[in-house]
Design a protein around this ligand. Structure first.
Ligand SMILES: [Zn+2]
Length: 312
């Protein structure tokens, strides 16, 4: 059973240790981000090139644009925010060529493409945002609604001609947080043929205690069960959002609280479900009565399907 991890985070610096991604089981597909809102095209480019070079030197990875090898980890990239495109739609193709296979248009706050989940006023996807979706559809880059505002997410679903995703978003019906999505957002995503990836971030699960590691995995399973009930077994996947450098992210949060909000900062140190625990989800789901095809769909098959649906 092969894991498809639709989103996790290396520190966005040149000395990031790509070998850490091999904590996921061999045979997994893993997408790591190579930039978010503050990053320029040049910075995101150098991170993508650096990560690729290190992954290929390591020997345990194959890049998403190379010949697949099921005994290695397939590495892909994603972008959180369209800022690194610098307003030029030709850069969708450019980043796709660097290995970027999904992108969310707006990270937490409004930008040229649309609104973020922390914005007080939600005006949805802009005209530029709609052109961006069309170009992503054309190139074969998955449209991702995570971190976007509610209306932007709904607009993505009504605009995209291909299945969209929420790469790492839990359900607000189970735990109220602005980063979690409404049932309507999830249903409209599923209506495109898309998939909602459940994350393992303590504050989005409602289980952020440092000692609550196992509870976080069970909470992920709760969100998976809820999603399957709401959307059907074809529309739920995994995007744990694991941060390979907790201290780096927590330091960023402490240094720039204004870039996030109280919804992020009032919980103390953020906690995540690590790769080793994500790999236990099949047995957790088995314990809850999921059959093998259902587990395989959630653990990897569903994201694998939508990724194929977006290739040219
Ligand atoms: Zn994120």
């Amino acid at each position: 059973m092969r894991l498809w991890e639709q989103h996790c985070c290396l520190p966005l610096v040149q000395d990031a240790v790509i070998a850490d991604v091999a904590r996921y089981p061999l045979g997994s597909y893993v997408s790591v981000n190579v930039g978010f809102s503050p990053h320029s095209k040049d910075v995101a480019t150098s991170l993508a090139q650096d990560f690729r070079r290190k992954a290929l030197a390591d020997g345990r990875f194959v890049m998403v644009d190379e010949n697949p090898d099921d005994s290695l980890i397939t590495l892909a990239f994603d972008l959180e925010d369209s800022g690194p495109l610098e307003g030029d739609l030709d850069n969708v193709r450019y980043f796709h060529d660097l290995g970027v296979r999904s992108m969310l248009p707006s990270y937490n706050w409004a930008n040229a493409a649309g609104c973020g989940c922390l914005d007080a006023e939600d005006t949805g996807l802009t005209a530029y945002g709609k052109d961006l979706v069309a170009e992503m559809n054309r190139v074969g880059m998955l449209v991702d609604g995570s971190h976007c505002s509610i209306r932007t997410g709904l607009d993505l679903a009504s605009t995209t001609a291909r299945p969209m995703i929420y790469s790492h978003s839990n359900f607000a019906a189970l735990w109220a947080h602005p980063r979690n999505i409404t049932d309507e957002q999830a249903r409209e995503c599923a209506r495109t043929g898309g998939v909602v990836g459940i994350n393992g971030v303590g504050i989005f699960l409602g289980a952020n205690g440092p000692e609550e590691g196992r509870r976080r995995v069970e909470a992920m399973a709760d969100h998976i069960e809820y999603g399957v009930e709401l959307l059907g077994i074809e529309h739920v996947g995994i995007g744990s959002d694991y941060s390979f450098d907790h201290e780096d992210f927590n330091a960023e949060l402490a240094a720039h609280p204004e870039a996030f909000s109280e919804d992020y900062t009032r919980w103390g140190q953020l906690q995540w479900v690590p790769p080793e625990d994500t790999a236990t989800l099949p047995s957790v789901l088995r314990g809850r009565g999921f059959d093998e095809p259902s587990i395989a769909a959630v653990y990897g098959g569903n994201f694998r399907r939508v990724s194929g649906a977006t290739s040219e």
